[in-house]
Write a protein that binds this ligand. Structure first.
Ligand SMILES: Nc1ncnc2c1ncn2[C@@H]1O[C@H](COP(=O)(O)OP(=O)(O)OP(=O)(O)O)[C@@H](O)[C@H]1O
Ligand SMILES: [Mg+2]
Length: 279
């Protein structure tokens, strides 16, 4: 059964002159238990709006959103926002522990768990300082630790690594894959980066410009760790670039896209050891 199911979801906003701005149109999307799905789409197309709807922070104008067979509820979904949103009056450690206290965990256990997740994002030594004393990228890592510590069955991540330098991004991509492989959460992950999507996803969903519709879905049947310099990835990167860049019409394109992609996939050997750009 799908862990997340969106059916015919629509959403519009009103502009400053009262005009209707259609952002999402007829979005049908499913994410299964243990599946890692990346959403790729141009800036302003409606990716954050879609995640906010799944998190229950916005209501769709039409359509249905079900998580684990139930209407959206905060207890089943964890979200890492595009901009962290930490509590400035709490230390880094207590920012991560806060949600655990709210859920009823004792202070000592919550802090121990928070510390463990800070270690996973390589920030353990910053536990006792306040968010304003961190860099933007470090604050984002605290926000990631805070959401992961809550251990929700479904994880929404809105460009969580885009503010990070390349090395830190690599480390956290690796850590996220590790946590995901251990816990088999469903993940819906927004990114602008084709490379990141190829590295992380089981399936990439490409959205059109606003109003966003699903332009293409691409399943990546590759084992991990992945080496993006190898032929299948170089090929898929080019294909996704074409789709993402809207150089071709998605409808006419889809069949040849799959034919060509599958012919490449056939030559795929089993997983190789870590090389270069892989995580
Ligand atoms: N509360 C709002 N009121 C009015 N318009 C909004 C509101 N929230 C978002 N929008 C508009 O909806 C569109 C989609 O915004 P959204 O933040 O979902 O885009 P996005 O795909 O996440 O972009 P980015 O990649 O830059 O983060 C934009 O045109 C934005 O201006
Ligand atoms: Mg966004």
């Amino acid at each position: 059964m799908a862990l997340l199911r969106l059916q015919k979801v629509k959403k519009s906003f009103f502009g400053h002159k009262g005009e209707e701005i259609e952002v999402l149109t007829n979005i049908d999307l499913e994410v299964k238990q243990g599946e890692f799905v990346c959403l790729l789409g141009p800036s302003g197309c409606g990716k954050s709006t879609l995640l906010n709807i799944v998190a229950g922070l916005l209501s769709p104008d039409a359509g249905a959103v079900m998580v684990d067979g139930q209407p959206v509820g905060a207890d089943r979904v964890g979200m890492v926002f595009q901009e962290g949103g930490l509590f400035p009056w709490l230390t880094v450690l207590d920012n991560v522990a806060f949600g655990l206290w709210v859920k009823g965990m004792g202070k000592k256990d919550a802090r121990a768990k928070a510390r463990e997740y800070l270690r996973r994002v390589h920030l353990e030594e910053f536990a006792f300082i306040y968010p304003h004393q961190l860099s933007g990228g470090m604050r984002q890592r605290v926000a990631i630790a805070r959401t992961l510590a809550m251990d929700p069955p479904f994880l929404l991540m809105d460009e969580p690594f885009s503010a990070l330098d390349t090395r830190t991004r690599r480390l956290l991509q690796q850590e996220l894959l590790h946590i995901w492989q251990q816990t088999r959460k469903g993940i819906l992950f927004v990114t602008h980066s084709i490379e990141e999507a190829l590295l992380l996803a089981d399936r990439v969903v490409v959205l059109s410009g606003r109003p966003a519709r699903i332009k293409q879905e691409v399943t990546l049947p590759f084992p991990r760790p992945r080496d993006l310099r190898r032929p299948p990835f170089v090929f898929w990167e080019e294909e996704l670039k074409s789709l993402f860049g809207e150089e071709r019409d998605g409808q006419e394109y889809s069949q040849t896209f799959y034919d060509r992609a599958l012919s490449q996939t056939a030559v795929l050997p089993a997983a190789r050891p870590f090389v270069g750009r892989s995580v």
